[in-house]
Design a protein around this ligand. Structure first.
Ligand code: GUN
Length: 287
């Protein structure tokens, strides 16, 4: 038996269609056009691809996109001045500062300078605290996208064993919080976890977010488990550049009940959730 493939590309298109419809109603009824500002420092090609894609989808959903492309040498003070201006701009409802930032900048300080109500990434310490205490928060986009796919496929997740591999602030930790909110029994595993294979085999839901190409083989997967692969790793195979996840897809698809592919799984959901968070921020700003 092979796993059901969870098609994130199609699901994300549905979410974007719903977001665009909501934006249309807001514009027609209240003259409100949600706006998203994206700030990118430096010339990392992959980050530029992401930012262009965010801008394109923002405009396609009927929202305003404000792109701030700054040199890598931008000072902390200059960046904080820009964030203060975006915080004060009523046309901007969401602010995203693309990470990672150049090493001379203090990312925590920069993120915590964003108005928490405009923090569509959900990285501000206030939103982290709200999520951690089960209160209404801006939820980070990638784990939110994973949760939507899990809910769509599984429905009620109460009592299931969920294992999240990877403890990043962007994915692993908020994912664990969201799964706790679904009444899962959650294990947050990482590079120092003892017998990671056995921990993974206990998972009804396995979320892989470590950023290491195909590090989770098929025989670490419990038969019938739902596998969400957050990894996007660029590798060269047989002389060709390819994108692969953190899970060995060919092995896992034979064992899992359902699995997200890479590409076309979680990736497209991240931008769809960013658009959804921007609309949420705009609605809350309007009261
Ligand atoms: N870099 C990689 N993923 C993300 C994300 O979700 N948000 C931001 N701001 N930067 C990222």
């Amino acid at each position: 038996m092979t796993a059901t493939i969870l098609d994130g590309k199609a699901f994300a298109a549905q979410v974007r269609t719903r977001v665009a419809a909501h934006v249309g109603r807001l514009s027609a009824a209240h003259g409100l056009v949600p706006g998203l500002a994206v700030v990118l420092l430096g010339d990392d090609p992959a980050s530029h691809v992401y930012v262009r894609s965010k801008g394109k989808h923002t405009v396609e959903a009927g929202m305003r996109s404000f792109e701030h492309l700054l040199p890598a040498e931008t000072s902390q003070e200059q960046l904080l001045t820009l964030i203060a201006a975006l915080n004060a701009d009523p046309a901007v409802h969401g602010i995203l500062v693309q990470l990672p930032l150049p090493a001379h900048l203090n990312a925590d300080l920069v993120i915590n300078a964003i108005d928490p109500a405009k923090d569509v990434d959900g990285f501000h310490i206030l939103n982290v605290g709200l999520l951690g205490t089960g209160q209404k928060a801006m939820v980070p986009c990638t784990p939110l996208g994973c949760l939507m796919m899990l809910r769509d496929h599984l429905g009620d997740m109460s009592g299931l064993n969920a294992v999240v591999v990877g403890r990043s602030n962007i994915v692993g930790k908020p994912m664990a919080q969201l799964l706790l909110g679904e009444n899962c029994t959650v294990t947050l595993a990482h590079s120092r976890t003892r017998d990671l294979a056995a921990v993974c085999r206990s998972a009804d839901i396995l979320v892989a977010a470590v950023g290491r190409a195909e590090m989770i083989p098929g025989d670490w997967i419990r038969p019938g488990a739902t596998v969400i692969d957050v990894g996007i790793n660029r590798v060269e195979r047989d002389g060709k550049k390819r994108l692969v996840g953190d899970v060995d897809f060919a092995g896992a698809v034979q064992v899992a009940g359902a699995i997200t592919p890479v590409p076309g799984g979680v990736g497209p959901m991240t931008i769809a959730c960013l658009l959804a968070n921007t609309v949420t921020a705009a609605c809350r700003a309007q009261g």
